[in-house]
Design a protein around this ligand. Sequence first.
Ligand SMILES: [Zn+2]
Length: 196
Amino acid sequence: MAKLYFNYSTMNAGKSAVLLQASHNYRENNMDTYLLTARVDDRAGKGRIASRIGISAEADVFSAGEDLFAKIKLRLSQGSVASIFVDEAQFLSPDQVWQLARVVDDLGVPVLCYGLRVDFQGNLFPGSATLLALADEMREVRTICHCGKKATMVIRQDDQGRAITTGDQVQIGGNETYVSLCRRHWREAVGDGSKA
Ligand SMILES: [Zn+2]
């Protein structure tokens, strides 16, 4: 029975490494996988999923507004795929998450999505909110705060290490960095969520 999975995490938890390992396990058993990542993410160049620990794999890219049901159906017509992996799933639109649900239900192929749950202001990404609503199974890829507690939040820092509390949800290619924190330390850095 195919399912829609959402593997969520905060920044720097190693979700791309988990994705690449899972895909590798299929391929090692002679089952093909189809990898997708968001076009907005150019950290590893176009069409590549890369992990900070040094492993990477080629991937197709999805754009905003693209019909992923049609894209995946076309890929399946070119050869069977055991599983579909979507990295940077927070950048999916709600419509695209519904298209992935149709891939699972109507085409019978499992779709495993990996993405961030909340942005640096503590708000759900729209793609992640829809995945939380629709996924058959959810798993947390865990990392820890500097205090040792589980990190569930992320802050955006400027080059002086100060927390940035305003700006676009998606910012690519700037000088800011992201740090994952537990909620208590996020609140110390940013203030309470209602102000952010
Ligand atoms: Zn902490």
